[in-house]
Design a protein around this ligand. Structure first.
Ligand code: ADP
Length: 216
């Protein structure tokens, strides 16, 4: 978190004198209380300072990285996910290639009836198939996809940070966002409700950097 010189000075004054009132901080900086108001607001909103009525300002005890980490941990997959691009398990590799171009995505989710997740197919899966010299109009996408239960998934209530760690650990570009569904016969499935890609995470990163409250 980048602070201005004045904000740095305020933090130092609070460190050495806490608790201290806004009035006293202003005095030490030879400024008016009104001039300091926006800085104090930023420092308290960012979690670096805490204010107690009638007592004054004091350090929250959190480092700047801790404050950023808390912010990242408060953003849920639900607020940054995109619409999922899915194809039926009955499709052929040719259909998958066409969908990828039309929808402009690098990962397609393969679903069976009811939108239940069956697998994932990526650019490399499709490229590999063409190297094999197959007739892609006749080769079912099911043959080339990564199938359940090997698909790494996330859900709307998971934090983006946890999901991002999965993307890194498994070296994939996107995770299907799923919701567990239970059927009368006791069986379970994963209904695809979204897509979390590296692009969603990069967008959040950029928005946080710009000071937006993107999804927080
Ligand atoms: P690309 O093919 O563009 O490199 P990925 O790195 O995402 O894209 O895919 C690499 C491999 O991982 C592919 O075989 C793909 O089927 C598989 N894969 C992609 N996403 C997932 C996921 N969420 N869970 C498990 N496997 C995946």
């Amino acid at each position: 978190m980048k602070l201005t010189k004045r904000q740095e000075s305020i933090l130092e004054i609070v460190s050495n004198n806490s608790p201290i009132t806004g009035e006293h901080i202003a005095e030490k900086l030879s400024l008016t209380r009104a001039t300091l108001r926006p800085d104090l607001a930023i420092l308290t909103m960012s979690g670096l300072l805490e204010a107690r009525p009638k007592v004054g300002y004091y350090h929250s005890g959190k480092s700047r990285y801790r404050v950023v980490a808390e912010k990242l941990n408060s953003v849920l997959v639900d607020s940054v996910k995109s619409v999922p691009i899915v194809i039926s398990e009955k499709c052929y590799v040719y259909d998958a290639v066409v969908s990828m171009f039309i929808e402009d995505v690098g990962t397609l989710f393969v679903v069976k009836e009811g939108g239940l997740l069956e697998g994932v197919v990526s650019r490399k899966d499709l490229l590999k198939t063409t190297l094999g010299g197959h007739d892609i109009q006749k080769l079912p996408v099911k043959v080339v996809m990564t199938r359940m239960p090997n698909v790494v998934i996330t859900n709307p209530e998971e934090t983006v940070w946890v999901a991002a760690k999965k993307i890194m650990a498994h070296e994939v570009d996107a995770l299907p966002v799923v919701r567990k569904v239970k059927f009368a016969d006791g069986s379970e499935g994963q209904e695809v409700v979204g897509r979390l890609s590296k692009t969603n995470i990069t967008r959040l990163f950029v928005e946080l950097g710009e000071g937006y409250e993107g999804g927080v």
